[in-house]
Design a binder for this molecule. Structure first.
Ligand code: ADP
Ligand code: MG
Length: 725
């Protein structure tokens, strides 16, 4: 490959100092083959010349003509291709990828040209440098001479027309150095080898021609009439008119180099990963608090609890911040009708409330056997519900035993009441309340018995069946029905009372079921107007999520129609016991939110800074290796691919683990809410939005961290990158 250098000038601009004229207009021609030595003292411009010849650096004046084509107008892509296809480099420091095997280092050069990395070719190249048996050895376990041989094998495997060697023996003892020169001499039989050295002796022994430089000028040339440029075919289309595939790294190689970089500094990587995980997962968790939505939280909680029904009552908006204050207040018949018309569900029914009604059969249930008595006011029987039509099927209730009541003298009991009788016994009603209890073990023990509700004039009702209304509270169930655990001091009587209050809000569990027409019959014997009854409205908790949300959000659109009392806006609202909890959580979330926005910003900033720091650190560190890859012919795209692969793996791992952690975090928060209230609640949601946010923060931070140093690196000339400038 003929090279012609014409009045070549190179000026280094030095910040805050005088410019350095490294090459002062030198000219010479080089033939197609042979071994040319460039001699000279350190700093005379040898490396500069070599780098320009190899397309690793640009020049400021004159020209380099390679096979009749000027290097002047060469763009970055073309430089990459020129290096890749025409030039082999051997440096003083062998510049091998130390952690890779000999085979892999040599194969890389083929790979960069998308040539098939056949074992044969690699073997042949290794054999020609006498390293056939070292193919699988890691490069960091070779001697200096061996490494330099690998570097030569790597340089010649793609059969470059021009082999450029910058002080190839500089780091070797003289004997090993001679072996290397002999090897290069052999290689120069069918290509041009340019060797930069200050070993004058070797130059005289091995060189076909010796050019000596001093201060950027040629002071001697052993064969100045070097052959003029001959014809060859480096064209802008590449070798052989561009028939060859575009050079580039194979994916496997990219993956291997990229992942190798990740584990190169495991401690730092892990520390950064941990910080990312904390930051990213907190971002997700914080956002799930930030995104708290009362209606959704209530819906998910009810779904989570397997709720079968909505219970509606009255609430009111506080005058101060428009938050719903839960209020179990009952509503009139007229309001119940209005409410029913708003509800999106197949049916709705009214529970007629009975206040402070405790069946005489269960009076004076012992709490801890001595002083306290369970407050049954909220929990015994809070109302009655007429069962009509396909009642059980519509609500998803299960008749556990017996049947629904058919006449006004009959009643079916919810499972919750059955559990009470089972735990504390059934008392046969007498005027003497000291009567002893009969034990109840299964449903059959209660069916057929009479229930004497403590309401004047109401005769005893015969129990016809037990209905499961899905009472599924975690804590109360144990405490209420296992008197044993009552001795556990951590659960006080006050705890029980407040829990009972909560249960009372889900009135369905303490409602007795009567036949259609019971209300009319009862009102007559009690002698009061049915209009005076206070009601709760229930409806099946079924249908689409949108319908459910609309039902839960009824308070938003309708409260204005209700009479306003004082400075409160009365509204309809879902009164399922979870709603109080959700309202409380909402208040908490609101408080947190005032700070959450700032917290989120701080977290995101911390995460971004750290990732940026980490990513730019890794890039700086690898710049030398990236420089080597570029010198070997890797294109910018290859470097980007490797970087994307490396950081892609890191980001993907950070993202995946953070998402799981964020999910676990919110699950733990939900669990602690549940623990406190004894309800299965799902106050916080961790979903697509949070996952997407984590992904965005992770990718954003990494891109920010990687992009800037990478762009800088790619813009720089390979010669500078390799030298760490
Ligand atoms: P050699 O390889 O012969 O030792 P170089 O070609 O590396 O010499 O350097 C030639 C001259 O250019 C020296 O004076 C050196 O300090 C200067 N030089 C080389 N690279 C740079 C650079 N990137 N910036 C500034 N000066 C440089
Ligand atoms: Mg040098």
């Amino acid at each position: 490959m003929a090279v012609s250098i014409e009045k070549l000038e190179k000026i280094y601009k030095v910040k805050g100092g005088a410019d350095v004229r490294a090459l002062k207009g030198i000219s010479f021609n080089l033939p197609d083959t042979g071994m040319v030595f460039v001699l000279g003292k350190s700093g005379c411009g040898k490396s500069t010349l070599l780098n320009i010849l190899g397309g690793l650096d640009c020049f400021d004046g004159g020209d380099v003509i390679i096979d009749g084509r000027s290097a002047k107008g060469r763009g970055a892509k073309e430089s990459d291709r020129y290096r890749n296809e025409y030039v082999g480099f051997v440096f003083q420091e062998n510049n091998l990828l130390e952690k890779e095997s000999v085979k892999s280092n040599v194969g890389l050069a083929l790979d960069l040209q998308r040539l098939k990395e056949t074992a044969d070719k690699v073997d042949a190249a290794l054999e020609s440098v006498g390293l056939k048996d070292y193919a699988d050895r890691k490069c960091n376990r070779l001697s200096g001479g061996q490494k330099q041989r690998v570097a030569i094998a790597r340089a010649i495997i793609k059969s470059p027309k021009l082999l450029l060697c910058d002080e190839p023996t500089g780091a070797l003892d003289s004997e090993t150095g001679e072996e290397i020169f002999a090897l290069l001499k052999k290689i120069s039989r069918d290509r041009l080898v340019v060797v930069v050295s200050h070993d004058r002796e070797a130059a005289e022994v091995y060189g076909d021609r010796v050019i000596e430089l001093k201060d950027g000028e040629i002071i001697s040339d052993s064969a100045p009439q070097g052959m003029a440029a001959e014809t060859d075919t480096f064209t802008r289309d590449g070798v052989n008119g561009g028939k060859k595939k575009r050079a580039g790294l194979r994916f496997v190689r990219v993956l291997r180099i990229g992942s190798g970089y990740i584990i190169a500094r495991p401690v730092r990587m892990i520390i950064c990963l941990i910080i990312c995980l904390i930051a990213f997962s907190s971002v997700g968790a914080a956002d799930s608090v930030y995104a708290f939505d009362r209606d959704r939280a209530l819906m998910y909680t009810m779904e989570n609890r397997g709720a079968l029904i909505y219970e509606f009552g009255k609430g009111y908006y506080g005058s101060e911040n428009d938050e719903i204050i839960f209020n179990a207040a009952n509503i009139s018949r007229e309001q119940a009708d209005e409410l029913s018309s708003l509800i999106k569900a197949g049916r709705s029914d009214c529970i007629i409330e009975m206040r402070d009604v405790v069946p005489n059969n269960m009076l004076n249930v012992g709490w801890d056997g001595t002083e306290h008595h369970v407050l049954l006011t909220y929990s015994a029987v809070t109302g009655y519900l007429e069962t009509s039509g396909s009642f059980c099927r519509d609500y998803g209730f299960e008749i556990l035993s017996g049947r629904l009541p058919e006449n006004t003298g009959e009643v079916a009991l919810p499972l919750y009441l059955f559990e009470f009788f089972k735990a504390y016994g059934y008392r046969i009603y007498t005027d003497d309340l000291q009567a002893s209890a009969v034990s109840v073990n299964d449903y059959g023990d209660l069916i057929g018995k009479s229930l004497k509700l403590n309401i004047r004039k109401l005769p005893e009702l015969t129990v016809t069946g037990i209905i499961d209304t899905r009472f599924n509270y975690l804590k109360q169930r144990d405490k209420l029905f296992n008197a044993v655990s009552a001795s556990d001091g951590s659960y006080t009587f006050e705890d029980l009372s407040s829990d009972m209050y909560l249960v009372g809000q889900d009135c369905i569990h303490s409602t007795v079921f009567v036949c259609d027409g019971f209300d009319k019959y009862y009102s007559e014997i009690a002698g009061h107007s049915r209009e005076d009854n206070v009601l709760r409205v229930i409806a099946p908790f079924t249908g689409s999520a949108a319908d459910k949300l609309e039902n839960i959000g009824i308070y938003k659109t309708q409260f204005n129609n209700l009479p306003v009392g004082g400075n409160r806006n009365v509204c309809y609202t879902v009164t399922n016991c979870s709603s109080k909890l959700i309202n409380d959580a909402g208040r908490l979330a609101k408080t947190i939110n005032e700070y959450a926005v700032y917290g989120l910003l701080v977290l995101i900033t911390i995460a971004a800074l750290f990732v940026t720091y980490y990513a730019s650190g890794t890039i700086d560190e690898k710049s030398r290796e990236i420089g080597i890859l570029r010198a070997l012919g890797a294109s910018r795209a290859d470097v980007i691919k490797i970087t994307v692969c490396e950081h892609g793996i890191f980001t993907a791992a950070a993202f995946a683990i953070s998402s799981v952690l964020g999910l676990a975090c919110t699950a733990a928060l939900n669990a602690s809410f549940s623990q406190v209230e004894g309800l299965a609640v799902k106050v916080l949601q961790f979903g697509i939005r949070q996952t997407a946010l984590i992904a965005a923060v992770a990718v954003g931070a990494i891109v920010l961290g990687v992009a800037i140093p990478l762009i800088r690196l790619l813009k720089a000339k390979p010669a500078d990158v390799m030298a760490g400038r």
